[in-house]
Structure formats: structure tokens, C-alpha cells
Design a binder for this molecule. Structure first.
Ligand SMILES: NC(=O)c1ccc[n+]([C@@H]2O[C@H](COP(=O)([O-])OP(=O)(O)OC[C@H]3O[C@@H](n4cnc5c(N)ncnc54)[C@H](O)[C@@H]3O)[C@@H](O)[C@H]2O)c1
Ligand SMILES: O=C(O)[C@H](O)CO
Length: 343
């Protein structure tokens, strides 16, 4: 039997019991629930990852009907795209321009004056950015790198990224009309083509059996020796043991990682590699996104309680996020199609 889990309770006399496994940023999500007759229990345990036993202890045996009939599962896809893409772009720059190494050098008091060879890195302008998985985040990242740094694009996806291609074509024409070198795009026939050609490669596929260890020793071997590899998708997309070996053998090869194969742990040796920039799964950690996630999660719960239908497009959720407006009568995103009457 797991030990009791500490909680903070809002609106104790509320009719509907809502359990949040984490405290979340902002207060709108709390207000939305408590103003609508919910008793909100927020887990206040210091540990970040709750075990299944912990979650069972939190939910307790008071959700029998929900357990028997199946529980609606909601998510919050509409607010993560740009924030996650921006972190991938930050990792790209940090790795290409050796920001973390240089920062550590400076703080260690090692700087004795300007030197031509001090922390020389890679220029992005005019180079090729490779995107594997050109969905929502991959496409947003590609646009940032193309528009921001005038990089050419090569991408690999199972589907054609038509809007992205149109954007690059139009931006290329704009640059040309202004007397600048136009940017170009190419849809690669194979993932290997991207790995061979690109100077920067950012991974944005879903994690499934087709993308597990997508980056393996053979594929690392075909990448440019001074390439930059970024992963803000899911850790197991990279064979991290192979990556550590590759980083050791190729000091000019750099990576930026937001996610790890055995999260929260890193594979042995990774933490010692100066050519790796590592951050603790913070890609979605902007105030706007995290407050948006909390609000959308609360509205999924409320929508189910009130019997609202599911919103038509879970990626277009602006009407739910306006502080001053009443949210639409809908669940922003329910992924298992559980009807409201089942609650
Ligand atoms: N680090 C974070 O905090 C964070 C935040 C949000 C999402 N994510 C992760 O980012 C990734 C992308 O999310 P998204 O919202 O853009 O998803 P998405 O579904 O919009 O895009 C994923 C793309 O991957 C493509 N794909 C699937 N299998 C592939 C394969 N074998 N090879 C190449 N492409 C393939 C799909 O066709 C799709 O275009 C996911 O893995 C998601 O879990 C991470
Ligand atoms: O990785 C993700 O999907 C988000 O950052 C957390 O939900």
C-alpha cells in the first residue's frame, strides 16, 4: 500500500472532485474549476514523477464509476508548437556557437583577452537545415531557421509538408526580388539523404517503433563530422550510448538535447561531453504555454462535467485562452472519444 500523498485543496465543498497530479502555472485554471463547483485537489509532493501507485493513492477509490466505464483522456496540443520550436532553435544556436562552453570558461575566470581561435563555432547563414518529422513543431522550427538565418531546407517526413514548402518558395522569391541569395527546399526520399546533406539536423517525429533509435551508429557515421544534431522530440529517438561514443570520437560534432533515453537520467559519459548542450525537458516551458496547458486541461475537465462536445480543431484553441472572455462551451481536446455521459 503506497503512503498517503500530500495535497492542497481548493473549494472543499465543490460537487465535482478534480485531482491535479502537479501544481501548474497561473491561476486561471484554478478559478475556472472552482467557479464551476469543482473541489480541486492539487498534489504537493516534492518528487516530480509520480508512480502508478502514487496516482492510484491520489485518485483513491472514489472514482469507481469512472474506472468501470472508462475515463476520458484529454491533452493540450494547441499551445506547445512555437514554444517547443523556439527551444529547438535555442539549442541549435547554443550548440553551433558553443554558448555553454564559453559561459563556463568565462565564469571559471579563464578569459585572458580576445583570441582568433577562441570558441570558434559554425555559421548558420546559407547552410542547410535538416528536419526529420516536419509536423507542427518541425515545420515551425524549419520556418524559424529559414527566416531567421536564411538556411536552405531538406526534410524527411512520411507526408508532404505542403505549407512549409510553399513558405520556403515564397520567402526565396522575396529574397531574390531584394537582390539576396534565395533559400531553397528539398523533400528527401530517405532519412539518410537528410543526414548526409544537412549541417544542422533537428529531430521532430513522434516516437513509435519506426522512430525508436532512428539515430543509431550507422546513421551517425554518415553525418558531417561538424554537424549539429538537436533533439526536442522524445529521448529514445536517439541511441544515446551510440551518441556518446560519436561525441567522443568527433569533437567538432555537437548536440543539443532536451530529452533523454532514460529520462531523467543521462547515459554514462554524456554529462562529461563539452560538445553536448543538455537541458531538462524544458522545451514547452514558456509561461504562456504552461499557463495555456493548465487552462486547457481544466477546460477539458469542465467540458466533460458539463457534457460539452469536443472542439473541432485542437490546434486552434485561442478562444479558450482569452483571459477576459468566457471560454466556448466545448472540451478543447479529448483524445479517446469518451462521451460525456460516461463520466
Ligand atoms: N520536448 C518537449 O517538451 C516536447 C513538447 C511537445 C512535443 N514534443 C514531441 O515533439 C514531437 C513532435 O510533435 P508535433 O506536435 O510536431 O507532432 P506532429 O504529429 O505534428 O508531427 C510529427 C511528424 O512526425 C512525422 N513522422 C512520423 N513517423 C515518422 C518517421 N518514421 N520518419 C519521419 N517522420 C515521421 C509525422 O508524419 C508528423 O508529420 C513529438 O515526438 C512530441 O512528443 C516534445
Ligand atoms: O514533452 C511534452 O510533451 C511536454 O513538454 C510536456 O507535456
Amino acid at each position: 500500500m503506497a503512503k498517503p500523498i500530500s495535497i492542497e485543496v481548493w473549494n472543499p465543498s465543490g460537487k465535482y472532485r478534480v485531482v491535479s497530479t502537479k501544481s501548474m502555472p497561473g491561476t486561471r485554471w484554478i478559478r475556472l474549476l472552482t467557479d464551476n463547483d469543482c473541489r480541486l485537489e492539487i498534489c504537493t509532493e516534492a518528487k516530480t514523477i509520480l508512480s502508478v501507485d502514487d496516482i492510484l493513492a491520489l485518485i483513491g477509490d472514489r472514482c469507481d464509476a469512472a474506472n468501470r466505464n472508462g475515463i476520458a483522456v484529454g491533452n493540450t496540443p494547441g499551445v506547445l508548437t512555437e514554444t517547443t520550436a523556439e527551444l529547438a532553435a535555442s539549442l541549435t544556436l547554443a550548440a553551433a556557437r558553443r554558448i555553454v562552453e564559453a559561459d563556463q570558461f568565462m565564469r571559471a575566470g579563464l578569459y585572458e583577452g580576445w583570441l582568433p581561435h577562441l570558441f570558434v563555432g559554425n555559421l548558420l547563414k546559407g547552410q542547410t537545415v535538416g528536419v526529420i518529422g516536419a509536423g507542427r513543431i518541425g515545420s515551425a522550427y524549419a520556418r524559424m531557421m529559414i527566416e531567421g538565418f536564411k538556411m536552405n531546407l531538406i526534410y524527411y517526413d512520411l507526408y508532404q509538408a505542403t505549407r512549409l514548402e510553399k513558405f520556403v518558395t515564397a520567402y526565396g522569391q522575396f529574397l531574390k526580388a531584394n537582390g539576396e541569395q534565395p533559400v531553397t527546399w528539398k523533400r528527401a526520399a530517405t532519412m539518410e539523404d537528410v543526414l548526409r546533406e544537412a549541417d544542422v539536423i533537428s529531430l521532430h517525429p513522434v516516437l513509435d517503433k519506426t522512430t525508436y533509435h532512428l539515430i543509431n551508429p550507422e546513421r551517425l557515421a554518415i553525418m558531417k563530422k561538424d554537424a549539429v544534431l538537436v533533439n526536442a522530440s522524445r529521448g529514445p529517438v536517439i541511441d544515446e550510448v551510440a551518441l556518446v561514443e560519436h561525441l567522443k570520437a568527433n569533437p567538432m560534432f555537437r548536440v543539443g538535447l532536451d530529452v533523454f533515453e532514460d529520462e531523467p537520467y543521462m547515459k554514462p559519459g554524456l554529462a562529461d561531453m563539452k560538445n553536448a548542450v543538455v537541458v531538462p525537458h524544458i522545451a514547452s516551458a514558456s509561461k504562456w504555454t504552461r499557463e495555456g496547458m493548465a487552462t486547457l486541461a481544466a477546460l477539458n475537465v469542465l467540458g466533460k462535467i458539463k457534457g460539452y462536445p469536443v472542439w473541432g480543431n485542437p490546434n486552434q484553441v485561442e478562444p479558450f485562452l482569452k483571459e477576459s472572455a468566457t471560454p466556448p462551451p466545448a472540451c478543447p481536446s479529448i483524445v479517446n472519444g469518451m462521451p460525456s455521459s460516461k463520466l
